[in-house]
Design a protein around this ligand. Structure first.
Ligand SMILES: [Zn+2]
Length: 76
């Protein structure tokens, strides 16, 4: 039984290592095209702690709300 657990853990560690190497090798996503970035003005507030922020630029007009305190923020 102990050997089985060790084998499973080894496979998981190897899989995680391969995933991490691929993630690092692929690099960051490309910068957005400046022409595609739209000026917007959408205020959001966190329903949990009350923090507010305003989205001023978005890659396209239809973006999902940011998250804070593990919850989607709502438009103020
Ligand atoms: Zn919050």
């Amino acid at each position: 039984m102990t050997v089985a657990i060790a084998v499973v853990m080894s496979v998981m560690i190897i899989a995680l290592t391969i995933w991490a190497i691929r993630f690092i090798a692929s690099g960051p996503p490309p910068d957005p095209e400046p022409d595609d970035v739209l000026e917007v003005d959408v205020p959001y507030v966190c329903t949990v702690c009350g923090m507010s922020l305003t989205v001023t630029q978005a890659h396209d007009g239809d973006f999902s709300p940011p998250r804070h305190c593990r919850e989607d923020m709502v438009e103020a």
